[in-house]
Ligand binder design. Sequence first.
Ligand SMILES: [Zn+2]
Length: 334
Amino acid sequence: MDEKHNFYNTFEDMATSHFQCFLCGENLNDKNVSKEHIIPKWVQNKFSLWNQTMVLPNQTTIKYKNLTVPCCKNCNNIILSQIENQFISAVETGIDAIRQLNELLIVQWIVKIKFALLFKNLVLKIDRTDPNSKTIVNDEVIKSFDITHTLLQTIRFPTNFIGPKPWSLFIYDIHDNDNTYYMGDYLESDLIYFQLGNIGLILVLLDCGINIDMFNDVYGIFSNQIIHEVQFREICAKIHYKQHTKIKEPYYTIRMPNENLQTMDFITTESYGNTFEGWSQETYAHFLHHHLRKWAIPYDELYHGGDLVSSYLKTDDGKFRIYRSSDPTDFYGI
Ligand SMILES: [Zn+2]
């Protein structure tokens, strides 16, 4: 098998079709074809998602159980299964086991879902529009697709990451009585987050690890506590808005595997100077409003004019806010 020499490039081949493996690009036939569930079957079982509906970025609605991408048996049963099995075992063991996993494995687990959703989106678009059309997706999607696709290939090829770590991954322990499942996927911000019961995962791609540095300084306290779901969403809102103010991207260079060197180099170079625009509390409040929509809190209860925005994270004297119940307004102190 020569797959190690084949760095599958979706752009050169425009191989987003039902007839090629979404991971390695292998042509599919009766012998090697399989379907990969984008939201893994065990997640759908655990959170009763099979018959629930999900909205894709192009506004297509689809039931979770039908949310699949074409995948060759080798990628599905061998390569992806190895990642899935380690991840399931950690989820079943608990938050400490998740924290002890190799971080790259968690990133790969999330990136596989993110890429498969983009792939599905493209296949649906190609199906619904003129297949010869060159303008089937916008630049944001293409950029996200490119980055996500490159990171996805780290599943297939041993990869040397050179320079700053190209992502930020946050892991939180969330108080959960309701077996909550939630996914937020924001293409333009390279942000995706999950709540899997009490496990909260936030991944920002290609930020050179800046978000984890910044947020650990200010919000490190929350990584050692069991947090309320509303606090998790508030952290997501802060990271989302921060990404929204990004004005410079890091540079990254990829050395692809070839016949002589069967590993991939992923080289990240930070950009100099200010990476972010200034922070506006008023604009941030809109992000907060969006991420807290589960609780239907009116915008004017979150934004109070000037720089005043409600926070569920800390009390007015800067201490970690502790909740009495699942009601986000029911906490101790002020
Ligand atoms: Zn494959």
